[in-house]
Design a protein around this ligand. Structure first.
Ligand SMILES: NC(=O)c1ccc[n+]([C@@H]2O[C@H](COP(=O)([O-])OP(=O)(O)OC[C@H]3O[C@@H](n4cnc5c(N)ncnc54)[C@H](OP(=O)(O)O)[C@@H]3O)[C@@H](O)[C@H]2O)c1
Length: 344
């Protein structure tokens, strides 16, 4: 059993991981960074054995201290907060544990560069990135992108600290209802559903031909738990460090198709007047959701062979098509809740 330090437990991904951890026998203790007492209260209410560490991602001394004591660090609060990642690496440099493991969340927009550079939002690009046979190419993309400071820190850490093992999980479009204690909602699909309801018709960026891979949140958390289990196996060399790059995915779909299916279901239920789908530009997408042009208008097609072949993971959750009706109904319910709060 491992002593676990986790961040982001009140969030979508971290919450689903905490749900699974609490049902496993993998943790001897779970210390969770939470922003304040109110958040801690909501976490402990459901998971009384969790030890809250009150602080934010800039509480670097506390993060460093916990990282130095943990067998497994799950940094799931942020893919790009450098000071917290640096604090983890510094904690690991003074670790008292044998070969500790750091699992870091990241995002598949790593692969979106060509659309961003060429302002080609909504255009198709058929390249599929493979995390096993193609890992050298992925590593080159990470290394050539100075904005990916956290990714570079994580993938390069073992060169300086030989006893440490790292893995970085590139989430594609993650969908489905999370099971954590606070936020259970993702971003890409829910915000597209919300914007469709607001506009009264479907939406896609540009021609809508760009494609992302996707996966259910329960499959992401299962992979993370499988890696936590692997942490106690000291021989799994190709799971970690320069090899420890994971692209978990179940299927792929273009945003045109997703926009059409969202509009079609919303129209069939009478939530919107028209099932037709309109093109929006990148600026409009950015106004509808943070980084909307990247999240709805670029390509990030991946093949998650490493987890399948070396960890025995495979996606088991419902498909994106199965999720679309639930996501729309959730947005309709959230809108009703917001209205009744205003009236109260
Ligand atoms: N959802 C996806 O589809 C997806 C896919 C790939 C990558 N990612 C990335 O993975 C990360 C987590 O995503 P998510 O969907 O789980 O986000 P989320 O639901 O917004 O959760 C974020 C979590 O991190 C905590 N947090 C954020 N900033 C913090 C700070 N300054 N100090 C302390 N705690 C802080 C939040 O705490 P509070 O509850 O106190 O705010 C919450 O627990 C993000 O960087 C996201 O971009 C997400």
């Amino acid at each position: 059993m491992s002593r676990i330090f986790i961040t982001g437990v009140s969030g979508y991904i971290g919450g689903d991981v905490l749900y699974r951890l609490s049902k496993s026998n993998l943790a001897s203790s779970i210390v969770a960074l939470v922003r304040n007492e109110a958040r801690a209260g909501r976490v402990i209410e459901k998971y009384p054995s969790v030890i809250p560490l009150i602080g934010d991602l800039d509480s670097t001394a506390a993060i460093q201290n916990e990282a130095s004591k943990a067998d497994v660090i799950l940094h799931l609060a942020s893919s790009n907060h450098f000071p917290s990642a640096k604090a983890i690496s510094e904690g690991l440099s003074e670790t008292g544990r044998k070969s500790p493991v750091w699992i870091q969340i990241s995002g598949a927009s790593l692969l979106s560069g060509p659309e961003i550079i060429n302002n080609a939002y909504g255009e198709a690009r058929l390249k599929v990135y493979n995390d096993l046979e193609g890992v050298d190419e992925v590593r080159d993309i990470i290394a050539s992108n100075p904005k990916r400071a956290v990714d570079n820190l994580v993938t390069g850490l073992s060169a300086d600290q030989s006893g440490v093992r790292t893995a970085i999980i590139y989430g594609p479009m993650i969908y489905g209802l999370g099971r954590g204690p606070v936020n259970q909602r993702s971003i890409q699909l829910p915000d597209l559903a919300k914007a469709t309801l607001q506009h009264g018709h479907g939406l896609h960026v540009g021609k809508g031909n760009s494609i992302w891979s996707n996966v259910h949140v329960s499959d992401i958390s299962r992979l993370i738990l499988m890696l936590v289990a692997e942490a106690s196996n000291l021989s799994g060399g190709s799971l970690w460090n320069e090899h420890g790059i994971y692209f978990p995915e179940a299927r792929k779909q273009s945003f045109k198709e997703i926009g059409r299916k969202v509009a079609s279901f919303a129209h069939s239920k009478g939530f919107i007047k028209s099932a037709h789908v309109e093109a929006i530009d990148a600026g409009t997408a950015d106004r509808l959701t943070a980084h909307g042009a990247v999240l709805w208008g670029t390509n990030a097609q991946t093949s998650g062979c490493r987890a399948r072949q070396l960890v025995g993971w495979k996606p088991e959750g419902p498909s994106l098509d199965e999720e679309i009706p639930r996501a729309i109904l959730a947005e309709v319910a959230a809108k009703k809740d917001a209205c009744s709060l205003k009236l109260a």
